[in-house]
Design a protein around this ligand. Structure first.
Ligand code: AHG
Ligand code: MN
Ligand code: MN
Ligand code: MN
Length: 290
């Protein structure tokens, strides 16, 4: 991106502000949009009314920002070109993460990653990434080269809670997705071991489960499955942004072999196994899969 440093930081600030200011509207709009639509998303999954609606809000607003050249979403097959990628960022969003939790009224989130390369892009080209968590309080985590900041969002305001969100020293929780009967033996025995050390916390929305790991330390995974070798989560929209957040919070990520940020990006909607959290537990996971 040839833009000046000032223009770059203004664009990044605008992206974060637009997502923060859209959060209350997205959460409010979940009411009455808990049904499925006819269409499937590009990953071949059921698309909820709220998925489509949240994507529409974020696409309209983010693509209008001067300095945003590409917008891509888990809900749309193609990248939306909205500027000169030589002179702009690529924004990838999971507009509503955990929309299967609409039925059970559990936490959900919005995930974003700002890449300095055309999509699909390497996680190493992320300049900012983070998420909004629609919990009892709407909170937002924003990671950049300085570290991770956490905010409370209320009444259109973004209140800083901490500018140094880091994983606690002593890990406490773990959450592994998928069905246990589909876990490969190495994953099964790894979980058998860590469940004697950590407490199970799994809520079915990546962002809710990842935020537990950020708060208490531990590991979140949507592992490789015997039925789905690359697991369920998407590299561009979920794996890379959350892998970047955990790295900046003092932890790490893996696809089972390497950092998620080093997984080669070939397809916009490619899936990847996801293991993120306290370094000790991700290191042990990689050793278990060797
Ligand atoms: P999304 O709603 O964006 O499609 O993401 C759902 C993902 C992720 O949030 C969560 O970790 C995982 O699906 C849960 O999958 P299971 O329902 O198979 O546990
Ligand atoms: Mn998701
Ligand atoms: Mn989603
Ligand atoms: Mn989905």
């Amino acid at each position: 991106m040839a833009a000046s440093a000032t223009r770059r930081s203004e664009t990044l600030e605008s992206i974060v502000n637009v997502i923060a200011r859209s959060a209350a509207e997205i959460r409010q709009g979940l009411v009455g949009r808990r049904g499925a639509v006819e269409a499937e998303n590009p990953s071949g999954e059921v698309q909820m009314e709220a998925d489509v609606w949240a994507d529409g809000i974020l696409r309209r607003r983010l693509s209008a920002i001067d300095g945003v050249a590409q917008y891509a979403s888990e809900e749309e097959p193609e990248v939306f070109e909205c500027g000169d990628i030589e002179d702009g960022f690529a924004v990838a969003v999971d507009p509503l993460d955990g929309s299967s939790n609409l039925q059970s009224n559990n936490t959900m989130g919005t995930i974003f990653g700002v890449y300095d390369q055309p999509l699909p892009a390497s996680g190493r080209s992320l300049v900012t990434a983070g998420f909004v968590l629609y919990g009892p309080i709407i909170t937002m985590a924003v990671a950049n080269e300085e570290g991770v900041s956490e905010y409370e969002l209320s009444g259109g305001e973004r209140t800083l809670i901490t500018d140094d969100l880091t994983l606690p020293e002593d890990p406490v929780v773990f959450g592994f997705g998928g069905r246990a009967q589909h876990w490969p033996p190495a994953i099964e025995s790894y979980v058998e071991t860590i469940r004697t050390e950590l407490k199970l916390r799994y809520g079915g929305a990546m962002i809710g489960d990842v935020n537990q790991v950020l708060s208490y330390g531990g590991i979140f995974a949507y592992p490789t499955l015997e039925t789905h070798e690359n697991g369920k989560l998407r590299l561009q929209f979920e794996g890379n942004p959350i892998g970047y957040v955990l790295k900046q919070a003092g932890g790490r990520s893996s696809d089972g072999t390497r950092s998620l940020l080093d997984v080669e990006a070939t397809e916009l909607h490619q899936r990847t196994p996801v293991y993120v959290g306290s370094t000790e537990y991700v290191d042990r996971l990689e050793a278990a899969l060797e």
